[in-house]
Design a protein around this ligand. Sequence first.
Ligand code: ATP
Ligand code: MG
Length: 176
Amino acid sequence: MAMEAPAAPYDAAEPGPSVEITVSSAEQMRELGRRLAKLLRAGDLVMLTGELGAGKTTLTRGLGEGLGVRGAVTSPTFVIARVHPSLGDGPPLVHVDAYRLSGGLDEMEDLDLDVSLTDSVIVVEWGEGRVEELTDDRLQVLIHRAVGDTADEVRQVALTGLGKRWAAADLSVLAG
Ligand SMILES: Nc1ncnc2c1ncn2[C@@H]1O[C@H](COP(=O)(O)OP(=O)(O)OP(=O)(O)O)[C@@H](O)[C@H]1O
Ligand SMILES: [Mg+2]
């Protein structure tokens, strides 16, 4: 009798639309964040993947500006997550640095964030393998820097929408 291999939980997410964007400076990365903010709404999860210094926090900074939230987005060195409330009536931004989050989702639910994650836009750095079980719907952002030249400011950013939430999204607006 044939047996189906059990799928990893994150395999449930259907890859949807994707776009690849070349970003040539930190300011352009921020601008991309500001544009991305317009596509986001409460309950959305954005997962940022890229090596140290790739520009994940820089992108999140632009996102915070685009969402119009309080407080500068910085690298949360000593905290795992920081909540930036909206200055208007938009959703708060929850910025998670999962680098030190060893236990995954359970630990995140224990953070006592004082906001409901479904009412927030959640951006997670270093989330792969840790937060997929939060939802099948997520925007995956991969940031690559040009190999071999550490002075190079050029980044390739690949964004892919996963799950129903993103199935009909038009990511081409991000290319500017
Ligand atoms: N095209 C670019 N996009 C983003 N950042 C850039 C770019 N070019 C240069 N930089 C610089 O690279 C650094 C990126 O740092 P940032 O904190 O955003 O990275 P990170 O991916 O969050 O790193 P970490 O894994 O340590 O959290 C900043 O100093 C930024 O000014
Ligand atoms: Mg960072």
